[in-house]
Write a protein that binds this ligand. Structure first.
Ligand SMILES: Nc1nc2c(ncn2[C@@H]2O[C@H](COP(=O)(O)OP(=O)(O)OP(=O)(O)O)[C@@H](O)[C@H]2O)c(=O)[nH]1
Ligand SMILES: [Mg+2]
Length: 325
């Protein structure tokens, strides 16, 4: 007997294929089970979905238990994205997180002062980005579990102490340890299958003598490390643009929801990865709306204000979107 799957089911199936994390997959399978036509022809598919759901739920439980136990590097995500401060000991990571967030960090004139991640929230215009102070990378490599933390993050800010007499060695160590695990500065060709992610390199402590010359020398010797953004937590040089840099690094867009006949909610935007469509936005608002979405009206990326767009219309930062089911 033919299954006769509906477009609604196929869309839910697409969402499942795009899902990356276990909770996302669970959500997508639940959607597929909800919208699948319930007749004899789909019996075997429904049985298979049920089996897959049970397996995913048990994996999810296991993952939660593992994290809850001993993994100090698991930092629950909040806000529009998670960015970690990464670098060698004493490179100014804690000072930076302390300046840009309200987190209670431990800043010390000696290395290895930070032992566990300390998350804070960094405001950018009308959103908050999570910025996490991390223990240092060392020439011996990463502390057990830290790689997991780096892999889960959405982006990394690499701190290089431009006042360090062994700056070149520090830079090579820091990038070397990450490269061993497939993390390369943005701009370098991503290797297929590697877990490359957006990174921005900061040259810290530029208020100290000789740091400008040290930076020039580093860039000359290792142009492959990509651009270095100079900062100082003492003079605050370079700090004002950092939240915007982080927003751009995350490559997300802010979408403002609007109810028909009412003004848009301009206070608390949704954030989504760039390139997503109005149906992805609908999914973020409410799963059931996504399945039933007929069209949307968009102020911003449409040709004119309030233009009617199809489900696959790609949104831009700042769009106001009105969903119609
Ligand atoms: N002059 C100057 N000193 C800084 C700056 N940023 C940090 N420092 C100093 O550098 C030292 C180390 O700073 P931290 O922020 O604790 O460095 P860290 O990278 O967190 O160090 P670990 O946690 O040990 O890895 C402290 O004495 C800070 O006061 C800066 O912009 N200028
Ligand atoms: Mg620290």
């Amino acid at each position: 007997m033919p299954a006769n799957l509906t477009p609604q089911y196929k869309r839910a199936e697409d969402a499942y294929r795009q899902a990356k994390t276990t909770p996302e997959k669970i959500e997508a399978i639940e959607d597929m089970m909800r919208v699948i036509p319930k007749h004899k022809g789909t019996e075997h598919i429904r049985a298979d979905l049920k089996k897959r759901l049970a397996k995913l739920r048990s994996t999810d439980e296991q993952q939660k238990r593992n994290r809850g136990g001993t993994d100090i590097f698991f930092v629950e995500k909040h806000g529009a994205g998670q960015i970690l401060a990464v670098g060698m000991p004493n490179s100014g990571k804690s000072a930076l997180v302390g300046k840009l967030t309200k987190a209670r960090v431990n800043i010390a004139p000696y290395p290895y002062a930070t032992h566990a991640p300390v998350p804070g929230m960094m405001p950018f215009e009308d959103i908050q980005i999570q910025f996490v102070d991390m223990p240092p990378v060392t020439s011996e490599g990463l502390v057990t579990g830290m790689m997991g933390g780096l892999e889960r993050a959405d982006a990394l800010l690499i701190c290089l102490d431009l006042s360090a007499p062994d700056l070149l060695e520090q830079a090579e160590n820091c990038f070397g340890v990450m490269a061993e695990r497939g993390l390369f500065p943005t701009g370098k060709a991503a290797v297929e299958g590697m877990n490359n992610k957006p990174m921005l390199t900061l040259g810290t402590k530029v208020d100290l003598p000789d740091t400008a010359d040290n930076l020039d020398a580093l860039l000359e010797l290792r142009p492959d490390l990509g651009p270095v953004h100079p900062v100082s937590t003492e003079t605050e040089l370079g700090l004002d643009v950092l939240p915007k840099c982080c927003f751009e690094l995350l490559d997300i867009v802010r979408i403002y929801s609007k109810q028909p006949g009412k003004p848009a909610d301009k206070i608390d935007p949704f954030t989504l990865p760039r390139g997503r469509t109005v149906v992805d936005f609908a999914r973020a608002v409410h799963r059931e709306i996504a399945a039933d979405l007929k069209y949307a009206r968009v102020w911003g990326s449409g040709k004119f204000a309030g233009q009617t767009v199809q489900r696959d219309h790609i949104m831009e930062d700042g769009d106001i979107v009105e969903l119609h089911v």
